[in-house]
Design a protein around this ligand. Sequence first.
Ligand SMILES: Nc1ncnc2c1ncn2[C@@H]1O[C@H](COP(=O)(O)OP(=O)(O)O)[C@@H](O)[C@H]1O
Ligand SMILES: [Mg+2]
Length: 464
Amino acid sequence: MRGRLFWKICLAFWCTALLINQGSWLIFFLTWDPPPSLQWVMDEKVAPVQLASARNVIETGGMPAYQALRAAMPVEQQDAIEILPVAKGAQPPAPAPNKRVMMARTPEGQQLALVYVNKGESRREWSFLRSLRRSGDYMIAAAVGGLLFAAGLAWYLTRPIRTMQRGFGRLAAGQLDTRLLPDMGSRRDEIADLARDFDAMAARLEQLLAMRDQLLHDVSHELRSPLARLNLAIALMRQNPAKAATSVERIETEVRRLDELVGELLSLARLESGGQGQDSYFELGGLVENILANARYEAKASGVRVDARFTSDNEGDSITDDSLPRHDLIVQGEFELMRRALENVVRNAIKLSTTGQVVEVELRVERGQDMEALMAPSSGRAILFVRDEGPGIPDDKIASMFDPFVRLSPQASGGFGLGLAIARRAVMALGGRISARNRSYHGRPVNGLEVQIDLPLYRGGEKG
Ligand SMILES: Nc1ncnc2c1ncn2[C@@H]1O[C@H](COP(=O)(O)OP(=O)(O)O)[C@@H](O)[C@H]1O
Ligand SMILES: [Mg+2]
């Protein structure tokens, strides 16, 4: 038993097909002007000639001559003319549309009426019922054909829907590897698009769940080692109370580390769940300045220099300035998100630089060029570049460096590999993008990594 939709579509199309079919049949017959029959046309032409010659023969040779003429005619013509004697003073038969009458007088003086009856139809008779009866076969054929057509169409339309229904069922039952597009055959229509969207959704779900599982796995793994060390320190303390001070120190370190990890995990989870305020705003220039001050302080210890640069891309020409802009770069979103993101990136750069190297932070403002961009609340974008002269990253690792718990270089040990994951989520929550690439100068690779953060600006960008 097929579903309801199948029957709905099938019936609707069948009725439409029947209506169109029978309707055009009816209209054809209602407007049809039937021509006279061939017999009628022939008789109309032949009658005057036959009547005239019959009269001639009768008036000259009398009935015997006419009988001789009649005998010479083809059999089906012999009774075409009826000859009626007309009594003196009597009315001859009246002519009618199908009846011609001609008078003749025999040499004996007898009055005769020659009557020719046209046996054809002057107008073809037509009645709806008769035409229905005559077109009965045609109607049955049309009905059956229409039904087949409607059923075919309904099948064609409902089959992918049923496939999709099954797909949703399987997905709901937890089979995340369900894909619909392969079942769609060579379809290239909206239904195929729907199947493609479904597949994208299923793939995304699959990926998200896999990420969640991976994260859970990584978190438990990450928690296990400090906990093991804690246990060890406690056991040592029990064994040797004299050395309690070292053990307590150890325990303090591990507890601090655990606290840090949990803190980072919490911010990651908070970002993951979304719900960042859309009605808060912050000023980007001041934020960058603030982070630069902290970074310079931190970098001094390892002999790394931190440079700042401001570039404004107003109407095509770019102005470079060593000072940061006035406080007019308004970004919609939470200040704290951006602070965490930028701080993580800058601290990575400093951590991976060695004495004498330079970390460069560039803030570039690009104003919208077209009118539409000027009218929109978001007028242009800000781009932050953080460049260092450190070891960079193998190109095949760049895509994964923003994933949680990814640590690539041994220099960076100490972190949990959550910093960039948090930074990416934070930037995304602000409607921006973060990416990284190894640095190059005029096409040639040079040492170092460049991290780029694109942010939509709510307002601002005019310097001065
Ligand atoms: N500027 C950089 N240059 C080279 N490698 C980097 C840089 N920034 C980050 N990385 C690599 O990316 C990894 C992930 O960084 P992050 O998520 O901040 O984790 P963490 O700093 O906790 O190790 C780091 O372990 C490091 O190997
Ligand atoms: Mg980091």
